[in-house]
Design a protein around this ligand. Structure first.
Ligand SMILES: [Zn+2]
Length: 222
């Protein structure tokens, strides 16, 4: 595994250091980026190595996970950790399918440990992207649909960037882009319009939204 190195991460459950593989930064080569942010790599795929499985306790997590509540720890100890499989590829080079497998476990753990909706939605986007790489459009769309619902819920309950876990204008762009991915013209138009008309959305996000909407109009019969 010449392109990978072992990175130490603190496990949020057992609080021990565990090692996981990451792509060496000098080997990260971007090929192109899809409109909704998915980066395609020439070399090893950085996304494959985001989920971590602790080698001490089996806990599967993402580095964005927050501290676990005491009641959650109890449930993990009695009901979840004993049934989690040890995934040998978690510690080695990973294939696309193995990465997808880890992301699904990671999302499951995010749900049972009550991680923020913004973290769960981010993992949902990653799963949808893994299906895009697998060219499984049905599953990609299914996960995009689930995720946009999660992001819309976040929008309705939005408080601030720290508590909700995502800047307001980025959230608007995510929702718009997901509707564009889904080919849902009415919703995409409505959400992109919210960005164009907003007085608080940053110029950078407005510019990206304009490019995305123009591309959508060029590639769809509307
Ligand atoms: Zn652990």
């Amino acid at each position: 595994m010449p392109d990978l190195y072992a990175k130490k991460c603190r496990c949020p459950y057992c609080l021990k250091d565990t090692e996981t593989k990451r792509v060496l930064s000098r080997h990260i080569r971007t090929d192109h980026t899809d409109l909704d942010g998915l980066i395609h790599y020439q070399g090893p795929n950085v996304y494959f190595y985001e989920p971590v499985q602790c080698s001490h306790c089996r806990f599967i997590f993402h580095e964005s996970f927050e501290k676990l509540r005491p009641d959650v720890r109890t449930v993990l100890e009695t009901d979840i950790l004993p049934i989690l499989p040890v995934l040998p590829f978690a510690e080695t080079e990973r294939t696309l399918k193995q990465a997808l497998h880890l992301y699904k476990f990671c999302l499951y753990i995010a749900q049972v440990t009550f991680q923020k909706d913004s973290i769960q939605a981010m993992l949902g986007v990653r799963i949808s992207w893994m299906y895009r790489l697998l060219q499984d459009t049905t599953q990609e769309m299914l996960w995009a649909e689930r995720t946009v619902q999660k992001y819309e819920k976040l929008y309705l309950e939005y408080t601030d960037a720290v508590r909700t876990g995502i800047p307001h204008d980025v959230l608007l762009l995510r929702i718009s882009d997901l509707y564009a991915t889904l080919g849902d013209t009415d919703n995409a138009k409505q959400w992109y319009s919210l960005i164009f008309q907003s007085k608080t959305v940053s110029d950078r996000i407005k510019k990206e939204a304009r490019e995305h909407w123009e591309h959508y109009r060029e590639t769809h019969a509307i």
